[in-house]
Design a binder for this molecule. Structure first.
Ligand code: ZN
Length: 360
């Protein structure tokens, strides 16, 4: 599995237990409470965890393991002596009869990929290996990109928007302009993110990470498309919207051949925030040219003070979410795409700032 590769193995027992190994180390043991093709009866949980049963609710399991439940990914789980007891329910965990499996695992659910995800029927087999053809080992980049693209087009994977699009991966890599070029695809079944990375000076890698871990991977700025795109790619980019600037917590500015677009945040009360996306008028573009960022911050304040969610606000009427001009929806989508990367970076900085801030 993956590249660099690890060996994933599972052993299935007619008792309803399943043992997962990673490079010959036991990484997880799953007890299936429901019948499976290899275990027609499933386990009898009473024999494994006194005080519980195959019908146990989350509370009953909590009493059985003497711990409080936590939640991560699709699981409820308990921490015990640096191991985790992971439960999966189909239906409500507060009512009996919905427990499907109980697992003991080394990897913390929600924080690290689970060993059984290696057998995910959706994303487990998409890496194609070169296997020594033409003296090349490891990832067959062309075949893997094709497999990932087909799975994405079938909506089995969702493409990450804050990284290099899969369609640009090889063009950017062969330009030699970036140290590492990486695409992210999130699995709709197991929720892992497949990260395919092409390095300037090293063989390609393909790893599976949790969504959070994938988001923490270092991002390199993507150079202007004119420096690496072919004619078709450059033409497509001319039609795209470009991020220009932003002020944390206040506004984002993007540029398109149809004009300049400002998304401005407003507060409707102590707990309710909203945002308003407008195309700048000629006088406002002029204001930005002469006044720069400060002009936009003032304009954002005017928009906020005009109460843009009301009919009286001249800015509210220009909000592209309401404006029924043709193409408004597509402009909104392009705007979101243009700022996605920068929004994420801004959120990371805010989160870091919160972590550093003293409590209270
Ligand atoms: Zn998957």
């Amino acid at each position: 599995v993956g590249e660099p590769a690890h060996t994933a193995r599972r052993l299935r027992f007619a008792s309803g237990a399943e043992v997962f190994l990673r490079d010959a180390t036991v990484a997880s043991v799953i007890l299936h409470t429901r019948p499976t093709p290899f275990a027609p009866r499933g386990v009898d949980l009473r024999a494994w965890l006194p005080g519980t049963s195959d019908d146990a609710t989350l509370d009953e399991i909590a009493k059985g393991v003497h711990a409080r439940p936590r939640f991560g990914g699709p699981y409820a789980y308990f921490a015990r002596e640096e191991r985790f007891v992971r439960c999966r329910f189909e239906g409500r965990w507060s009512e009996p009869g919905h427990l499907v499996e109980l697992a003991v695992t080394l990897a913390e659910p929600g924080r690290a990929c689970q060993p059984d995800d290696d057998f995910c029927g959706t994303c487990g087999d998409l890496l194609v290996r070169a296997d020594g053809v033409d003296g090349v080992d490891g990832v067959d980049v062309d075949a893997t990109v094709d497999a990932l693209t087909a799975a994405r087009d079938a909506q089995l994977l969702r493409e990450g928007r804050s990284v290099v699009p899969l369609a640009d991966l090889r063009l950017l890599h062969s330009s030699g302009l970036m140290e590492r070029v990486e695409s992210h695809l999130e699995c709709t079944s197991c929720r892992r993110t497949t990260c395919l990375t092409l390095y300037r000076d090293a063989p390609p890698t393909c790893v599976h990470l949790t969504f959070d871990a994938a988001m923490r991977r270092p991002l390199e700025a993507i150079p202007p498309v004119e420096q690496w795109g072919d004619a078709a790619r450059i033409a497509a980019a001319a039609d795209a919207m470009r991020y220009v600037d932003h002020h944390p917590g206040s506004w984002f500015l993007a540029e398109h051949e149809s004009g300049w677009y400002l998304q401005s945040r407003y507060s409707r009360g102590p707990m309710v925030d909203g945002s308003c996306l407008i195309r700048l008028e000629a006088s406002e573009v002029e204001g930005y040219r002469t006044g720069g960022r400060e002009y936009l911050t003032l304009l954002a304040r005017q928009i906020d003070e005009s109460r843009p969610w009301t009919d009286e606000s001249p800015f509210g009427r220009r909000h592209l979410a309401l404006a029924d001009e043709p193409g408004a929806a597509s402009l909104r989508a392009r705007f979101e795409e243009a700022i996605a990367n920068h929004r994420w970076i801004a959120q990371q900085r805010q989160a870091q700032h919160r972590r550093l801030a003293p409590p209270g």
